[in-house]
Design a protein around this ligand. Structure first.
Ligand code: IMP
Ligand code: MG
Length: 186
């Protein structure tokens, strides 16, 4: 696997800026959910994991975590089409829980739209969305976002949980890929 520097276009959100904003989001969530019983953070695998583990350490309200996975199909790996399918279900019964969905990035909105519809059918006590990165100009389906880390331009990004063909999720910052220099499986 190549060193990411070979196809790095720019660092869009550096580590210190990410961590500062995540601490703010954690404080805001802690204020909003103060005294709430049965708070459950739901993370969508795999991109949201890095964000979740940093965010939860800034949330002072006692809470649980659970994970679900979905896959998108229809077009290439870099776009969703609205054809989204559940590949890993939750272990937790959410009907009596206050659910906060934690996601890495929202682009067209199809993924979150599917997940929110799916979770709503199970009648949680409340359902809110916390997303780290919002590619707002790409939105095709309106999604209520209660907590947003950063609004970003329409560029393909990687790092901090987001992958390029499953690699580079470990990078502590969000970077833009130079698609002219990056070829999959190189
Ligand atoms: P949406 O369904 O179009 O909103 O896309 C959301 C999903 O597409 C995210 O959960 C990511 O998995 C993926 N995605 C969208 N944009 C990017 C990106 O710039 N880098 C990595 N993954 C992305
Ligand atoms: Mg994702």
């Amino acid at each position: 696997m190549r060193d990411y520097r070979e196809f790095l276009s720019e660092i869009l959100v550096d580590e210190a800026t990410l961590q500062r904003r995540i601490a703010e989001l954690g404080a805001e969530i802690s204020r909003d959910y103060a005294g709430v019983e049965n708070l459950l953070l739901i993370c969508i695998l795999r991109g949201g994991v890095v964000f979740l583990v940093d965010l939860m350490r800034h949330i002072t309200v006692p809470h649980m975590v659970d994970f679900m996975a979905i896959s998108s199909y229809g077009v290439g790996a870099r776009e969703t089409t609205g054809h989204v399918r559940l590949t890993l279900d939750l272990q937790t019964d959410i009907h009596d829980k206050h659910v906060l969905l934690v996601e890495d990035i929202i682009d067209s909105g199809y993924t979150l739209s599917y997940v929110l519809d799916f979770l709503s059918t199970r009648k949680p006590k409340s359902l809110k969305v916390c997303v780290l990165l919002d590619k707002a100009e790409r939105r095709e389906v309106p999604i209520p976002i209660h907590y947003r880390g950063f609004t970003i331009p329409n560029k393909f990004v990687f790092g901090y949980g987001l992958d390029l063909d499953e690699y580079y999720r470990n990078l502590p910052f969000v970077a833009v890929v130079d698609l002219e220099k990056y070829t999959p499986s190189s």
